[in-house]
Design a protein around this ligand. Sequence first.
Ligand code: FAD
Ligand code: FES
Ligand code: MG
Length: 275
Amino acid sequence: MKLIHKEILSQDKDAKIIKITVLSPEIAQKVKPGQFVVLMVAERGERIPLTVVERNLEEGTITLIFQEVGLTTRLLGQLNVGASLFALVGPLGHPTEIKKYGKIILIGGGVGIAEIYPVAQAFKEAGNYIETIIGSRTQALLILEKELRGVSDVLYVTTDDGSYGRKGFTTDVLEELLRKEKFDLVYAVGPIPMMKKVSFLTKEFGVKTIVSLNAIMLDGTGMCGCCRVEIGAKTQFSCVDGPEFDGHLVDWDGLAKRNSIYTEQEKHICKLLIK
Ligand code: FAD
Ligand code: FES
Ligand code: MG
């Protein structure tokens, strides 16, 4: 659980995205694309889930990429090489179903770009044709462009402010692609409004859509019920039934509401503890 490598991938005045490589031979051995870990930075603190972006079997390491958004991700960002996490559990969740679908569009928004990278590699290795759309608020926060270009047949980049690539949202490009030709699968990870819009569009065009949900998690093993989401008429636990679900069946408004439950308390404690 020792940090072997740390790198700031991107930052601007309001946000920072950091990559860390952590020693964990057991998780490295077992993890598959789409799976995540739950970690604790210190003994007195919360657990947070993060997707495993890469593994190195020879070195027994896993790579995590996270955006500093609140207390725990900021505390994690303060750990330096040589320091150890207090706890690390995984791999958790179902792996992505990797097979030959045909023509796939992958969409990553913000730090969701990191989460689509291992899946893009695996889809490519399975013989799929891949068009990838990545988007960030601004150029300074764009990550893994070179890596995703390497595994994609075509890569599109959007920024909200037009500082790089095309000005606008990933969903603008998605809509154009769907209007032009037929795709067999859309796979999307990013902010809830983005995944909601993606699912709305693909439903209209009748394209199967997988999303990886960022529901609030505690234990990550199906015991607390914290991560429950409504999928169609069923209540599911995002950690053990997901984190991937059919985007056309997700109750997006319910998920957004649950995800903001602790916003005020989190802001308060963050102000108290982080200078
Ligand atoms: P807070 O201020 O506590 O919260 C900020 C926002 O983060 C909240 O509004 C809420 O939406 C979300 N959040 C807070 N606590 C949790 C929690 N325990 N579980 C889930 N979401 C929470 N982020 C990345 O940057 N990189 C990743 O690879 C990544 N992978 C994820 C994989 C899964 C399966 C899930 C469910 C989430 C993933 N996230 C990832 C989101 C990450 O867990 C949250 O950003 C993090 O927990 C925020 O904690 P905080 O204390 O820093 O911020
Ligand atoms: Fe506790 Fe899913 S995080 S049940
Ligand atoms: Mg928190």
